[in-house]
Structure formats: C-alpha cells, structure tokens
Design a protein around this ligand. Sequence first.
Ligand SMILES: O=C(O)C1=N[C@H](C(=O)O)C[C@H](O)C1
Length: 290
Amino acid sequence: MLRGIHVPLVTPFTESGEPAVDAIEKLAHHVLDEGAAGLVALGTTGEVAALEPEERARVIEVCGRVCAERQASLMVGLTGNDTRSTVRALRELPEGVGTALVTIPYFLRPGERGVIAHFEALAEASPVPLVIYHIPYRTGQAVSAATLRRLGAHPMIAGVKYAVGGIDQDTVDLLGDLPDGFEVLGGDDAFVSPLLALGASGGILASAHLATRSFVELADAWHAGDVPRARALGHRLNRLSAALFAEPNPTVIKGVLHAQGLIPTPDVRLPLVPAGTESVARALQTASAE
Ligand SMILES: O=C(O)C1=N[C@H](C(=O)O)C[C@H](O)C1
C-alpha cells in the first residue's frame, strides 16, 4: 500500500490569495500521470499550518476526488501535538482517505514513552491506518529504531515517513529488521536514494513535483536491484533536490512550478516568504535538464 513515490502537494494560491483548487487538481493529475503512486494532502509542503480549517477541507476534497478517479492512494497530514485533539481530527477525516500521516508530537518533547503512548492511543481510535512522520529536526523529539519497531507491530500503524536528516545507526537498525506490514518511506529528499538502497519501500518527496517519472524510476531501479541505474539516478536527482531545497520548502518548488505555468502564482503564506529569483532560476535550470 505504501510502495512507490507519493507527492506531498503544494497548495497554490490565486492572485487574491485563495487556494487555487483548479491548479491543485491539475497538479494532482499531472503527478499521477507521471507515475506517482499517490498524493499527500496537507503536508509541510502544502503549508498546512497556514491554512484555515475550511481551506484544509477543500484541499482534502479535491485530492480525494482525484485519487478516487485515478485509484491512487490518498494520505492526509495531521500535525497535532496533543493526543485528544489528534484523535478527534482522525475521526473527522472524510471518506476516501487511505492513511493519515501523523507527526510525532512537536515542541513538547514527550520522550519515547510518551511517543509510544500517543501513537498507541491514536492507533486504537483511528478509522484509517497511520503513517508516523518522524522528522526530529522539526519536532525536537528523537525516536529510536526500537520504538519505531514496537509501534510498527501495531496493525493500524502502516509505516513511517523517515526524515532524520541523514543515515545513522537507528536507520540501519530499523531497515534491517522491519515488523511485518510496516514500511519505511523516505521523507528527506536528499537521502531517499540511500534509504531505498537499504530497503525503504518508497518516498514522500516534495522534489517529485518535478521529474516525477525519474523519482519513480529511482524507486523501481532500487527495488529491481538495478544498482548502476539506481545509483546514477540517485546522484542526478540529489542535485535537483538540493536546488529545490536551497530555501525553505516549498518556496523554491512553487517558484519553479509557477515559472513552468503549472500554478497561477509562486505565493506562499507568512511566515514563509517567496524564494529569491536566483534560487528559482537555478532550480528551474536543473529541473529542465531532467
Ligand atoms: O510535506 C511533506 O510531506 C514533505 N515535507 C518535507 C519538509 O518540508 O521538510 C520535505 C519532504 O520532501 C516532504
């Protein structure tokens, strides 16, 4: 279910600052046409923190419609850091959502026992399987391979979006001994190729808005054991990701998508500010070479 490349869609805005629903729909079809296995609505890349509740509902609605039509997987991001309100949000997810991508409680730093208790409570209450979003440089909470393995043994916890900013001992330990039915999806664009080499089943990658087909080929090549092809693609795509992440995500990606005519404006909501023209030009040039 979690195999392949999932694109965490940006939320494009119109000139008047509203979510550009038509552009989301077009972008969704575009990345699915290019081979993405599914969409992620309301990720960090979708600027979820800056969207009003009714705007979030509209984004889920349009992504749900496209995924239903295309028989693709829809994952929805939930970023609460308190257990009771996250349970409520999970229960309020509309029909058609396949999985919920739930961030490890940020800022509070509840410790590993707290993380376990949080996810076990969510897993018991959730109507859909969960994907743990582990991104310690954003949440401030470290989590060991043993904790992820324990959580992964729960039947309602389907996987982890793994974004620890590198490959460390826990990464190798986790991928060397995964619970049955628990998948690792790379969530750091720069490290997706080594993670796939270690056994990740795919990735959730903002970079895959661009060169989607090449990211899909990268995952397929590692899964097929075609090491020379996978390694070469990985190095090439890493250059694209580096250019796209030269400024806070998703500012450069939006600049490039706008320059390519795929979204109506490159606008982001404060506290994000639009990427500089040089960063966008460099990323555009790298993307054009794909
Ligand atoms: O929104 C996401 O999902 C992603 N967010 C990450 C981030 O902004 O840190 C990057 C990753 O490509 C996907």
